[in-house]
Design a protein around this ligand. Structure first.
Ligand SMILES: C[S@@+](CC[C@H](N)C(=O)[O-])C[C@H]1O[C@@H](n2cnc3c(N)ncnc32)[C@H](O)[C@@H]1O
Length: 185
């Protein structure tokens, strides 16, 4: 079921709007391997991607250090994420990982058909999160950045523009603030 049609999805607090959630769901539904998400917060995008995994059989690894980002007044709580994982029936399709993305992502014993980057919104952090995922992407994998288009997050937008110029990726689409690329190698 699309997140926008799910009776409970919109009650999860977070920043992923319905249109973006449905887009993430569709991409997750189109892949059969593994997916990584950096920036779980309370699981709003995690559940959107997870609902896609329920249909495709893909598996999502979602990573958060649960310290929050500078723009948050209150950090997220892992208990809420785990509650959402159960509530939406995602136990077998989602692995909730705690820790810094730079430490945790390299330890995941999988390569990824899709990466969704929504961690710290600084230029350096977006670059670092991209690099740590890039090393583990499969050929023609999907790479999606939240807040990378017309959301006022200029550091995210600048980092994504630089990345797109310097790494072999083609832009596939823009969905809300999400910019979606495909790896060209
Ligand atoms: C914008 S929120 C994610 C929102 C979420 N994707 C949603 O749809 O609601 C960013 C999250 O990234 C986490 N975060 C920031 N930097 C991180 C890092 N280096 N490693 C792991 N998590 C990080 C924060 O704790 C925060 O929960």
């Amino acid at each position: 079921m699309r997140p926008s049609q799910h009776p409970d999805w919109n009650s999860i607090f977070g920043w992923c709007v319905k249109f973006e959630a449905d887009y993430l769901y569709e991409i997750a539904r189109s892949v059969t391997g593994n997916i990584v998400e950096i920036g779980t917060y309370q699981g709003r995008s995690m559940v959107a991607i997870g609902l896609g995994c329920l249909e495709s059989g893909a598996h999502l690894y979602t990573v958060d250090h649960y310290l929050g980002s500078p723009e948050h007044r209150t950090p997220p709580a892992k208990e809420v994420v785990v509650q959402n994982q159960f509530k939406f029936g995602l136990m077998r399709h989602v692995t909730v990982l705690e820790g810094d993305s730079q430490v945790v992502v390299p330890t995941i014993e999988a390569s990824f058909d899709m990466a969704y980057i929504d961690g710290t919104h600084s230029y350096r952090a977006v670059f670092d999160d991209f690099l740590v995922c890039w090393k583990k992407l499969t050929s023609h994998a999907n790479i999606l950045f939240h807040d990378a288009y017309k959301g006022g997050w200029t550091e995210v937008e600048d980092a994504v523009k630089q990345i797109a110029m310097r790494w072999p990726m083609e832009q596939v689409n823009v969905a809300g603030s999400i910019v979606h690329f495909r790896k060209m190698t």
